[in-house]
Design a protein around this ligand. Structure first.
Ligand code: TYD
Ligand code: MG
Length: 442
């Protein structure tokens, strides 16, 4: 039988063992694997598999939560939940277990004692019969506990970095341990039809710590983040749409779902603000209004600062270049700060125009027209490209009382009671400012 050595972090394979993977530079991740001869197995015809298989789901009854899971937690599925320490992962998971009661759940804490978990439950006013607690770091204890109670529907592992399989030499938290324990848990969960929720710590870069394969191993990956409030975001979901978000407010007694997040992310305003533009974005399956804030400041530095929170810095560089080349707006000697209010992260290119408008607003020191939203993708030529789900976005804006929308020229819009201002090129943005005042200086 042939032996190869595979890096458990990146999948790189080599003919001899090395201490440090040459591909991803991780230490101690290369392990020996035997290549067996393949068995003769036959594949199943797609037509033979029933098309009526609908996975059974556990509903928490909290819409903000169930939506992120794709309409409830699928039985037999595994979910990885990542987030910074103190963000509220343990609080959230205990709440999920409580909501599922009287279904039985097993909460495994490798970080806290039974008393600490129980104190949290008291603070959250959770007093339900379905939750069983286990404080251990031993993976085999967890497997035994799962196998010994056939009624368990949900297993929570808090956290995977604390789990330890004694048959594996390395310490808890190492790539090999994390991978092996996660694999064992997901296999038992599938076998017993149990929904598995695994907490994962995150690295300085904001990724779930441990091998990359961890995210591939599970069905769903959620990130829990936010500053004033909390956002649960699905970045991968085999059973539902990715990028779905759930929004919560924190309180003494735990997380409170926010069913209308748009009102949370756009600051209440009685007058228009310079450098601020409201963008109607799509997060998962629903529209959410968000505020783009820009600040342009003079500097003595040779390389002026560009700082971005909640958006892609490369995309900002592109917008700055387009403003330079197509509108003769020069920012090379200015510091540029861009922030998406409320700790949201925008990934859609349709926010380009809102960014461009907030930058221009900051430069010329004039606010955007009152009560307006702005959406559109900016091409390198300066042309404004059409966006998807335009009516969906407009409806949300209208629902929140916005009176006008600055939109790509080509689009067709069928939402009434909202004035559409069409722009075909970034240079036309000046016409929206001239609504505010005469003599726009560009
Ligand atoms: P915790 O759930 O322990 O965070 P994690 O498991 O991610 O490290 O929560 C951190 C702290 O925040 C804890 O002291 C409880 C507090 N907290 C609230 O008071 N209210 C809330 O709604 C949440 C989510 C947390
Ligand atoms: Mg915790």
């Amino acid at each position: 039988m042939k032996t190869i050595y595979i890096c458990q972090s990146c999948g790189y394979s080599t003919g001899r063992w090395v201490g440090k993977c040459v591909a991803c530079n991780s230490w101690d991740t290369v392990v020996e694997e035997k290549l067996g001869a393949g068995k003769n197995i036959s594949a199943t015809s797609l037509m033979e598999i029933s098309s009526h298989i609908i996975p059974e789901r556990l509903l928490t009854g909290i819409e903000e939560l169930d939506r992120v899971f794709g309409g409830g937690i699928v039985q037999g599925s595994s979910t990885l939940i990542g987030g910074e320490p103190g963000i509220g992962k343990s609080t959230l998971l205990l709440k999920i277990a409580a909501q599922l009661s009287p279904h039985e759940s097993l909460y495994v804490s490798g970080e806290e004692s039974l008393e600490q978990v129980s104190l949290r439950a008291q603070r959250l006013k959770i007093n339900v019969p379905g939750i069983k607690l286990l404080s251990t770091i031993s993976a085999s204890d967890v497997i035994t506990a799962i196998k010994s109670n056939k009624k368990t529907k949900l297993v929570i592992i808090d956290s995977i970095q604390t789990m330890y399989d004694k048959d594996i030499g390395s310490a808890p938290g190492t790539v090999t341990q994390v991978r092996a324990c996660a694999h064992e848990f997901t296999v038992v969960a599938k076998q017993y039809g149990i929904a598995l929720l695994i907490v994962g710590h995150i690295t300085k870069e904001g990724q779930i710590a441990g091998p990359k394969t961890l995210e591939h191993m599970v069905d769903t990956v959620l990130y829990f983040e936010g500053d004033n409030h909390r956002i649960l975001r699905a970045t991968k979901n085999r059973f539902g749409p990715a990028n779905e978000i759930g929004v919560f407010e924190m309180s003494e007694t735990g997380l409170i779902p926010v069913s209308n997040p748009s009102s949370l992310f756009i600051m209440a305003r009685d007058k228009e603000i310079v450098g601020s533009a409201v963008f109607a974005g799509i997060e998962g399956s629903r529209p959410i209004l968000m505020e783009v804030q820009a600040l342009i400041a003079g500097t003595n530095m040779v390389t002026p600062r560009r700082a971005v929170v909640g958006w892609d810095i490369n995309r900002l560089a592109m917008i700055i270049a387009v403003l330079n080349a197509r509108c003769k707006i020069f920012l090379h000697d200015k510091e540029v700060y861009l922030n998406i209010a409320g700790g949201l992260r925008i990934q859609e290119p349709s926010a380009d125009l809102a960014v461009a408008a907030s930058l221009i607003s900051s430069i010329i020191n004039l606010p955007l027209p009152a009560s307006s939203i702005i959406c559109g993708e900016v091409a390198l030529s300066g042309e404004i490209r059409n966006i998807s789900y335009a009516d969906f976005r407009l409806k949300e804006a209208q629902k929140l009382g916005f009176k006008r929308a600055i939109m790509p020229k080509q689009g067709s819009y069928s939402v009434h009671n909202i004035e559409i201002i069409r722009v075909g090129h970034v240079s036309e943005l000046k016409k929206i400012f001239s609504n505010t005042k005469e003599n726009v200086p560009f």
